[in-house]
Design a protein around this ligand. Structure first.
Ligand SMILES: [Mg+2]
Length: 265
């Protein structure tokens, strides 16, 4: 059986505060020993995800900026990158113009220096620089009341944009989410023996989780907001971050082994 695994990073495979993935390492190793493809599906930029893959010494396709693009490693020369997002340079000036003429109160990555992003996220300054290399999305902190945010969402919709809630920020982006690239990949893998697993901890992971065969909702401050339908199996981890990721992945691998045994034995 081929496992197609889509995972969120911050708060899921990586610890929310320290960005450590160490507690998940045993599960990553177990997964690497299988017929599997591990696809990072994150609000992070392509530059950040590539740096992380390099650090973990592996290459695989990845999905950046909340589902805006599916990119393949250079070694995968027969695959074409897929774009689901709208280029940020096209719409960001309009969003800022909207802020000027209303009382919408927010600040985002475009307003901040690397140092400020580092302060707000806990990323190192070099990593904050990679996080600011955005092509399709603008993470913001909303400073106004929730009622004004709903008006803002309606104004964004008129520009063909959406506002998605992540672990730290709200993301202004095109009308896509983390499931678009995932569904595209699922269509490429028509093998009946493919099992899709998705892991995430925030409301912006909901569509990705709902599109999986097995969904893992990693415990977080926002995980109770995630209510999904669709997967054959929904697991809620008892532990947050990479420890919960490891627990769930080990259970899934055991489940896969026992169902393969039942089928053949
Ligand atoms: Mg997350």
């Amino acid at each position: 059986m081929t496992l197609l695994v889509f995972t969120d990073l911050d708060g899921s495979l990586m610890e929310h505060e320290s960005y450590s993935i160490t507690p998940a390492e045993p599960a990553l190793e177990a997964l690497a020993g299988r017929d599997s493809l591990l696809i990072f599906n994150s609000s992070k930029t392509a530059a950040e995800i590539r740096a992380l893959q390099e650090q973990l010494s592996f290459t695989a396709p990845y999905v950046c900026e909340n589902g805006a693009a599916l990119e393949f490693p250079a070694s995968d020369s027969d695959q074409q990158n897929q774009c689901f997002g709208l280029p940020r340079q096209q719409w960001l000036p309009e969003v800022h113009a909207l802020r000027e003429k209303t009382d919408y109160n927010f600040e985002g990555f475009a307003d901040w220096s690397d140092a400020r992003v580092s302060e707000l996220t806990g990323l190192g300054k070099a990593e904050a620089g990679l996080a600011r290399q955005r092509q399709y999305s603008e993470p913001i902190l909303w400073r106004g009341p929730a009622s004004a945010r709903r008006h803002f969402e309606a104004d964004l919709a008129r520009l063909g944009l959406s506002l998605l809630e992540g672990g730290r920020f709200f993301s202004i982006q095109g009308q896509h989410d983390k499931s678009n690239a995932m569904r595209w990949m699922q269509q490429q893998c028509t093998d009946a023996e493919t099992l899709t697993v998705a892991l995430g901890d925030s409301p912006n992971d909901s569509a990705m989780l709902a599109a999986a065969d097995i969904a893992v909702i990693i415990k977080s401050a926002k995980s109770d907001q995630i209510q999904i339908q669709g997967p054959q199996k929904i697991i809620r981890s008892n532990r947050p971050g990479p420890a919960g990721w490891k627990d769930a992945m080990m259970d899934i691998l055991q489940f896969v082994d026992s169902s393969v045994e039942n089928k053949h034995g």
